[in-house]
Write a protein that binds this ligand. Structure first.
Ligand code: FMN
Length: 444
């Protein structure tokens, strides 16, 4: 099993490849990684922050027993054999024409592109480490995602991302989320950085080259991405063609609906149609607008007491009317969850349970991440021109990946002038196939 880490820094340098790999192989805790990084910097290396973060992700991958592979994306481009710092030194010299040879361009070096594509094809998991530029990734990192989209290289790969910006709240999360959404749409399965924070991948702070070594918790998040990508890649790559006896259960949570049950009825029809091609799936539809869900009380009882890692936690809300315990039981036995929502023109008609459900699920997360590794996605029924709930799938990604789940491509159903133009059945079949493959791998 193999995980490829890509570095999107424009300050990365090919001559530092060995140093990055040496750092990636550091044994021991993150503090040891930092000590090693600082000693490399002291020898005169100008390691970029994304190179260091890439090494941290590889350390995470390696700790899970997987093979690591590293590719600095800057080698795809011409005139980048000098680092930015060399360029700065040369700028002070007189010969201005010489300088042009060091200007970065975005025209691709074909043989390097072939090498990159071959490495992606061979990998089970892919990690992008990138600097934050204006709350987004670098141009170099972006080129990678353009290439993978065009060549369909990320289909069925496990993807994670780590980013570094000069500031706290400098856009590390927006940067990560953009790449997560885009790779989902390219068919990748997306993960975050796992417990304890279980956020959107690695997020670190560092301005000048090497500064990120001062951000131990940021480096820890990158390490977490590596472990999570390796762990899920291992499960997903074990049984690419599951045996015919492998059955799965898919729980569909109808988190909002009209009083006429428009969405629930649509989903019942959709699952009946889908079950004809996937008879090994049991669909369970939870119509949550019929249920009582109390708001989270934000109390102090639900967190698992420190040091008591075996203990699972119950919510203080005990009213038998409240449906969360029942839903929790169902999700614990599930192979896949779909968080369904509506984006219709007449927004007033929507009875909304999404937010209160998401909020109450805090205690499930705090029960040692009970939904860990569950394959999950959002589904939205969209009427053309409706905007009020148009980011449903993005919201499900950012909230439910925090349960340490694995995310799959969201299912978007479109209706135009009363006609359904994309009914979601192909996407649902794809999701079921992925969930089945994951289950077979887990069983292995
Ligand atoms: C064009 C440009 C845009 C930047 N935008 C941001 C930003 O939006 N937020 C932030 O925190 N840092 C920003 N930075 C700072 C870099 O993210 C930071 O220096 C990072 O460590 C660079 O990574 P590297 O050392 O791997 O090249 C920007 C830097 C540049 C050159």
């Amino acid at each position: 099993m193999r995980v490829l880490t890509l570095c999107g820094s424009i300050r990365a340098h090919t001559s530092q490849h060995d140093a990055v790999m040496e750092l990636a192989h550091t044994k021991g805790p993150v503090s040891e990684f930092i000590r090693k990084g600082k000693s490399l910097v002291r020898t005169g290396l100008t390691l970029s922050n994304s190179e260091i973060l890439a090494a941290a992700t590889m350390k995470g991958v390696y700790s899970k027993g997987a093979d690591i592979e590293y590719f600095p994306l800057v080698v795809l481009f011409h005139h980048k054999e000098s680092s930015v710092l060399d360029l700065r030194r040369r700028s002070s010299k007189e010969n201005a024409e010489d300088e042009l040879a060091y200007v970065d361009t975005l025209s691709i070096v074909e043989e390097k592109l072939e090498e990159l594509c071959a490495k992606i094809v061979e990998a089970d998991g892919v990690i992008l480490s990138t600097p934050v530029y204006f709350g987004d990734r670098s141009s170099v990192a972006n080129k990678f995602l353009q290439v993978t989209a065009r060549k369909n290289l990320l289909q069925n790969k496990i993807f994670g991302v780590a980013s570094v910006g000069a500031k706290r709240n400098g856009g590390q999360e927006t940067c990560n989320i953009y790449s997560m959404i885009e790779t989902l749409n390219q068919g990748a399965l997306v993960v975050g950085n796992g417990p304890p924070t279980s956020q959107y991948g690695g997020t670190a702070i560092g301005g000048n080259p090497g500064d990120v070594l001062g951000d131990e918790s940021g480096i820890d998040t990158a390490f977490g991405v590596g472990m999570k990508v390796a762990h899920v890649s291992e499960m997903y790559s074990k049984e690419k063609h599951p045996a015919s006896h492998v059955r799965i259960r898919v729980d569909i949570l109808v988190t909002m609906d009209t009083s006429e049950r428009f969405l629930a009825k649509y989903l019942k029809d959709l699952t009946i149609r889908t079950a004809k091609t996937t008879p090994w799936v049991e669909f369970v539809i939870h119509e949550l607008i019929d249920s009582t869900i109390y708001r989270c009380l934000g109390c102090t009882i639900c967190p698992v007491p420190p040091g008591d890692s075996e203990k699972t936690t119950k919510c203080t809300i005990k009213d038998p009317e409240d449906c969360l315990e029942k839903l929790r039981e169902s999700l614990r036995g599930s192979d896949c969850a779909v968080i369904a929502g509506l984006n219709i023109l007449d927004y007033e008609k929507i009875i909304f349970r999404y937010q209160v459900l998401t909020e109450r699920m805090r205690y499930i997360r705090r029960s040692n991440f009970e939904l860990t590794d569950l394959l999950i996605t959002g589904l939205c029924y969209n009427q053309f021109g409706a905007t009020a709930n148009s980011i449903h799938s993005i919201k499900t990604l950012t909230s439910y990946i925090r349960h340490n789940t694995t995310f799959y491509k969201p299912i978007d159903i479109f209706e135009y002038e009363g006609k359904v133009v994309n009914d979601g059945s192909d996407s649902l079949v794809e999701l079921c196939n992925a969930a089945r493959r994951m289950k077979a791998g887990k069983q292995e």
